[in-house]
Design a protein around this ligand. Sequence first.
Ligand code: CA
Length: 273
Amino acid sequence: MGTSHSGSNNSTPPGGSAPSGSSVPGPAGGPPPGASGPSPSGEIAKKQRILLVEDEPDLVRGLTDVLEFEGFDVCNHMEGRPGVREMRERGADLVILDLMLPDINGYQVCEEIRTFNQVVPIIILTARGQELDKIRGLEAGADDYVTKPFSIGELLARIKAILRRLGRTQGKELETIRIGSCEINLKKHTLTRARKTQTLTFYEVELLKMLFERADQPVSRDEILDKIWGIEAYPTNRTVDNFVVKLRKKLEENQHHPHHILTVYGYGYKLVP
Ligand code: CA
């Protein structure tokens, strides 16, 4: 298929390990965010695989070094189509996706991945101030975004927060919940209403679950951000609102007159099952 030039497993030279003296804030600067406490179980996890679809060589090199240093397996593709193929054939635990790629754009990559994998967390890299890019990316099925230029520490914290929550979700817990006439399968990430089944993304499920656990009580945007995204004051309150808009589309009979996910003005949201 002639893609060897953009091949897999990046171009880190043998022996190149931790970043040294680069402008990239690396793990040498102290414990990574969110990793200050002792590991809860103390066991050694198997290496998690990150698919990095990005065409800026410097960024690829910097990210790969840091992620490998943090114990991830990293696979890079410089173009979108080989990235989708990689995901289909070998899979990954998380995808970091640039929007501007030489062949197809990041939204298309995201949509294509979502046709066969609804669960893998996808973080998109957007340019500063491109609010529409973020919304479009989230609509295409991305779970999260970071804005270029970003610090690698920030991206790492997001990656870890998502993977931590995903690990927790795959445990026991409730399998299905009912909201109105909808049945939501929290493990399969599906929502069924009027015999029509739609898929939910990772954060949509997390948000529904949190609101459901606190049914009939207002939950603040700040708390949602903190508990679901795992990082204080990030991303922005708009992120929560965007996810609510997407959820209402799927959940409500009339998304403009919601009966289940209600806005609590100036505060947050309340779920009425
Ligand atoms: Ca690019």
